[in-house]
Every structure is written in structure tokens, then in C-alpha cells.
Design a binder for this molecule. Structure first.
Ligand SMILES: O=c1ccn([C@@H]2O[C@H](COP(=O)(O)OP(=O)(O)O[C@H]3O[C@H](CO)[C@@H](O)[C@H](O)[C@H]3O)[C@@H](O)[C@H]2O)c(=O)[nH]1
Ligand SMILES: [Mn+2]
Length: 435
């Protein structure tokens, strides 16, 4: 067990047994190889023999590489109570991406948005951005409704320390345990449920007109600040420019736009990416992530913190491990003990600086020739300098000016002739599996 300032790293208890298991496997695989090679020298191989040998080589390689996941698995416990006071915590932006209200029901997307707004993190340090890649009227209408509902939901969650902050889950049988409290709480719950149902009804009514569900695939960018009142996080709606003839790079392109737009409005040093159907299941996850980013021992080497994805409502007879427990429980703990887990695309907290500039040992070259890497928006480059600690943020820019500049970096052509995606912000550029 290794103790850091804000987290503890525990190596799997059965490590010796696990390694013995690896060694026994290895001996079996090596013996098999020996048998095949020695047999090859004794008599000429037949076709079936060659096929079986090939199959064995492939399986042995798979087995060999899989052992790495069992070599040094670690699990981590965070000590959120040791973190600095709330007013000393860094800013956090949450990016939610959605595209098609027919495939990604708007009500479900709003549950994700509300669970993000209700994150257990200081409101003035938190901003939630919804990227509407479909440019659908219903999504804009719904986020206004969701933000209105959050005005009541967030104080309710804070007052009663609600753990399941996705309203749909809270009011479902999964949230039953949370309801076992006094009469006052039950009355408040009832009130919240009425407000939640009203929000749902309004959105459903608006979405019942097919015109409002239509994806607008040829459109100018649109950015709207949905909430900037104190006491609640900043909530922003972003629909980047999309033209049928120009490449949009799917989710990667949407995230790149959010990364730039948020540079003008909140410019938090850390951001969380969530797919629209993946609500924030644990409101303390933001503070838990900060335990790694702020820890003096790990802060310089931590680029991202990945939370496991969890799935519910699967078939009881699921024989294909659709919950992906193998990946998130076994393999990722194994990778964590070696060089760190992979990035799964959702539920990951990233350091803006690590993503845009690489490791802290990397030189600041990118900023010397900033336009070549990050495009020609002077305001965005200023925001990067703030992230690198070279400047302090300007506070005298009007909201209109910020929005105007944010619109300019949301166009299809902004990344043209820059190194976005090739050298700068590489991992967010392409999500080729999507359509
Ligand atoms: O042009 C696009 C296409 C997709 N999306 C959004 O991207 C997310 C992921 O797309 P989805 O079609 O739901 O992909 P999945 O296979 O469900 O997602 C998994 O696989 C993707 C990589 O292939 C990752 O990006 C995701 O994070 C991961 O959860 C969703 O929120 C979409 O709304 C956009 O914003 N714009
Ligand atoms: Mn999905």
C-alpha cells in the first residue's frame, strides 16, 4: 500500500498467487512451443499440423500479452476530505455531446445534463456545455427547461446530500434507498417529482412536432448561455457550424469546438467528457479526480482520470459480458499498475494543459508559433497562455465580445491550415467509427 497526499494506491492482495499462475501458464506455453519446434525437426509437417501450430501461436501470443494485466493490478482510494478548501479548487468544465434526438432521446440527454449540473463541486468553478451536433430545436428548448429544473434540483440535492443526482435514477426503484428518510424529505421529494414531470411533459410536447426533432445539417454556429446566475453552474448550449460538404470529424470535431468555445467562457484547467447517455453516477467523482490532479506526487504525471463506465438494464442472461467488467475491472486495474489505463471516450476527466501541450517537461514551443498550431483566434491563444500560467485571465471583456469570438472558433474552417489534431489536441480530432 502506497499513500499519496490525496489518494492511496493498493496493490492486489493475491499478487503472489496471481504471478505464480502467470508462471505456470508461461511454462505450459513454452513447453508447447518446444514440442512443436522439436517435432518440426523430426518429421516434415503436414497441412493440418501447420494449421494447428499457427492457431497455437496466435493463442499463445494472446495469452502472453494478457498476462500483463495480471502482473501488477492496483486499485485506488481517494481522500477527498483532505483536498484544499472549496474556494481553492480549480475550475472544471463538463462537456456533454449529443447528435440525434431520435436515437438519443432528449429526455435522457437532459438527465445527463442535470446530473452534470448537480455535481458536488463549487458552482462558481463549474460549467456545463452541451454540444448539439444536430442543431435540433428540441435540444435547445430542452436544455432551457433542464436548466430551469436544475434551479430547484441542485439546492434540493445539496440540502439533503442526495447521492443519485440523475433525477431519472433517483425517482426509479434504483433510488429507493435514498427515500428512506423523514416526512419533510418525502414532501420535498414529492415536490421535486412534480417539477421533474412537468419538465418532461413540456419537452415531450415540444418534441411531438416532427419539425422540432429535425437535424439541421447545413447551419451556422449558434452559442447560447442558458444560465449564468450565481449559485448554479454556468450552462452553455453550443451548436457548431456544420455543412454537408465539409468534414465535421464526428464527436472529436464537436469536442474540439467545445474545447475552444469554453476557452472564452470558463477556461477551466480540467474538463470532463460524458456521452449524452452516460449520466454522472457519483457526484463526488469531480473531487475524486482532483485528488489525482492536485496531489503533489502525481499532478505532474497525470493527464487524465478515467472512471469506469457502468451499464444497467442489461439482459439477465447476458453471456457476452455487456457490462464490460473484464475491461473496467480486470484489465484497467492491470494497466493502471503498469503505465496507466486507457481513455474510454466517456467518463474521463482531462487536464487541458496535458491535452494541448503534452507533458510538463515539453517545451512551450506551441505557444511561440501559436497560430500555426491553434488557429488565428487571438482570444483563444490568450486563454491558452492563462492555462500555461503565462498570463492572468482578463476580466474586462464583455459577454457579447466573448460570444462573438466563441462563434468564430466554432466554424468548419477554423482548423484549416493549423495543426489541430495532428500535433495539437491530437486525441480529440477523429472518431472515425461514428456516423
Ligand atoms: O457526429 C457526431 C457523432 C457522435 N456524437 C456524440 O458522440 C457520442 C458517442 O457516440 P455514439 O454513437 O453514442 O458511440 P458509442 O459507440 O455509444 O460510444 C463509444 O465509442 C465512441 C468511440 O467510437 C466513444 O467516442 C464514446 O465515448 C464511447 O462511449 C454521443 O454522445 C454522440 O451524441 C457527436 O457529438 N457528433
Ligand atoms: Mn453511445
Amino acid at each position: 500500500m502506497r499513500s499519496f497526499t490525496y489518494h492511496v494506491e493498493t496493490v492486489q492482495a493475491w499478487l503472489a498467487l496471481s504471478r505464480l499462475h502467470i508462471i505456470i501458464h508461461l511454462i505450459a506455453v513454452v513447453s508447447l512451443c518446444y514440442y512443436r519446434i522439436s517435432h518440426l525437426l523430426l518429421q516434415p509437417p503436414t497441412a493440418p499440423w501447420i494449421l494447428i501450430t499457427l492457431a497455437e501461436i496466435i493463442l499463445s501470443m494472446l495469452c502472453f500479452f494478457n498476462q500483463a494485466f495480471r502482473w501488477h493490478p492496483v486499485s485506488r482510494t481517494t481522500l477527498t476530505h483532505k483536498l484544499p478548501r472549496e474556494d481553492h479548487l480549480p475550475g472544471l468544465d463538463i462537456f456533454v455531446c449529443t447528435l440525434d434526438p431520435e436515437k438519443e432521446p432528449t429526455l435522457q440527454v437532459m438527465d445527463t445534463v442535470v446530473s452534470s449540473i448537480a455535481m458536488d463541486y463549487p458552482s462558481d468553478k463549474l460549467a456545463v456545455y452541451l454540444s448539439d451536433d444536430g442543431g435540433c430545436p428540441v435540444t435547445l428548448y430542452a436544455i432551457r427547461e433542464a436548466s430551469e429544473f436544475a434551479r430547484d434540483w441542485v439546492p434540493f440535492c445539496r440540502k439533503y446530500g442526495v447521492k443519485l443526482r440523475c433525477p431519472k435514477v433517483f425517482f426509479s426503484p434504483m433510488g429507493q434507498d435514498e427515500h428512506l428518510r423523514d416526512e419533510e424529505f418525502k414532501a420535498q421529494c414529492h415536490l421535486m417529482k412534480t417539477k421533474y414531470e412537468k419538465m418532461q411533459k413540456n419537452i415531450e410536447k415540444f418534441g411531438s412536432d416532427p419539425e422540432n426533432l429535425r437535424i439541421v445539417s447545413d447551419r451556422a454556429p449558434r452559442i447560447e448561455i442558458i444560465n449564468d446566475q450565481r449559485g448554479l453552474p454556468l450552462v452553455v448550449y453550443v451548436s457548431r457550424e456544420r455543412r454537408p460538404t465539409l468534414p465535421h470529424k464526428f464527436k472529436g470535431g464537436a469536442l474540439n469546438t467545445l474545447l475552444r468555445v469554453s476557452g472564452f467562457l470558463s477556461n477551466a484547467p480540467y474538463f470532463l467528457v460524458v456521452d449524452c447517455d452516460m449520466f454522472c453516477n457519483d457526484p463526488t467523482s469531480a473531487k475524486q479526480a482532483m485528488c489525482f490532479f492536485l496531489d503533489p506526487h502525481t499532478s505532474k504525471t497525470t493527464a487524465f482520470v478515467q472512471f469506469p463506465q457502468m451499464f444497467h438494464n442489461l439482459s439477465k442472461k447476458d453471456i457476452y459480458d455487456s457490462q464490460t467488467r473484464t475491461a473496467f475491472k480486470t484489465m484497467w486495474q492491470g494497466m493502471d499498475g503498469l503505465r496507466g489505463p486507457g481513455l474510454s471516450g466517456s467518463g474521463n476527466y482531462l487536464s487541458r494543459s496535458a491535452l494541448l501541450f503534452g507533458s510538463p517537461n515539453q517545451k512551450n514551443d506551441y505557444l511561440l508559433d501559436a497560430q500555426k498550431y491553434f488557429g488565428n483566434s487571438a482570444g483563444f491563444i490568450e486563454s491558452l497562455k492563462v492555462i500555461r500560467g503565462q498570463k492572468t485571465a482578463k476580466t474586462n471583456i464583455s459577454r457579447e465580445d466573448r460570444l462573438r469570438e466563441a462563434l468564430a472558433v466554432s466554424t468548419c474552417s477554423y482548423e484549416n491550415n493549423t495543426k489541430w489534431g495532428r500535433e495539437a489536441s491530437g486525441i480529440l480530432i477523429c472518431d472515425l467509427t461514428r456516423e
